[in-house]
Design a protein around this ligand. Structure first.
Ligand SMILES: Nc1nc2c(ncn2[C@@H]2O[C@H](COP(=O)(O)OP(=O)(O)O)[C@@H](O)[C@H]2O)c(=O)[nH]1
Ligand SMILES: [Mg+2]
Length: 178
């Protein structure tokens, strides 16, 4: 049995806590507290981390960690990224500048992304068509990254599993020399 540690990151409200809760077979551990950040309207936000896990059909176990979104917690990002096999970056397309949001994580996790697969999950694309998936691919290219970009609704189990499968497929293809 293999264990895969996967990191979920992305801006506040992008859906990290929801995504992990959607697929976790154990009650997710959530460290959300009352939000006092005036620039965001969410009532609760993550300051620490989220944790959840589930077992694949193969018997392999996925351990999922959610990072605090705000870059003032970036000292924690480094710790959480250690030994992770892959990273999922979630964005919320209803935000003012989702590509700028993406950049925060591409740059903050730049070293980690040299050695692990990554998939981008774009939320609320159905109601907010711009930027398009192609715009995301172009933004990644500007950072010399080639990652799959998927439209997702993190409230749907199959969407979250597709993101995880996309990471595992990159590992299995030997793209990251595990
Ligand atoms: N209407 C709508 N809501 C969504 C969609 N995706 C995520 N959400 C909601 O957005 C919120 C995301 O919050 P949360 O998971 O706490 O984000 P986090 O800060 O990244 O952990 C949740 O209330 C989700 O139900 C979507 O596609 N449509
Ligand atoms: Mg959260």
């Amino acid at each position: 049995m293999n264990e895969y540690k996967i990191l979920f990151t992305g801006t506040m409200g992008a859906g990290k806590t929801t995504a992990i809760g959607t697929v976790s077979e154990t009650p997710p551990i959530v460290t959300d507290v009352v939000n006092n950040d005036q620039s965001h309207t969410k009532e609760r936000t993550t300051v620490g981390l989220d944790f959840g896990q589930f077992t694949l059909d193969s018997g392999d176990r996925i351990r999922m960690f959610g990072t605090p979104g705000q870059s003032r917690f970036d000292f924690l990002w480094k710790i959480l990224a250690k030994n992770a096999l892959g990273m999922i970056i979630l964005t919320d397309n209803s935000r003012p500048d989702p590509l700028a949001d993406l950049r925060v994580y591409l740059e903050g996790f730049s070293e980690d992304l040299d050695t692990m697969p990554c998939a981008i999950g774009v939320g609320r694309l159905d109601s907010h068509a711009a930027p398009s998936l192609d715009d995301y691919v172009d933004e990644l290219a500007r950072h010399e990254r080639v990652f799959p970009v998927l439209a997702v609704d993190v409230r749907k189990r199959e969407d979250v599993i597709l993101l995880i499968d996309t990471l595992l497929a990159q590992l299995e293809a030997g793209m990251f020399g595990e």
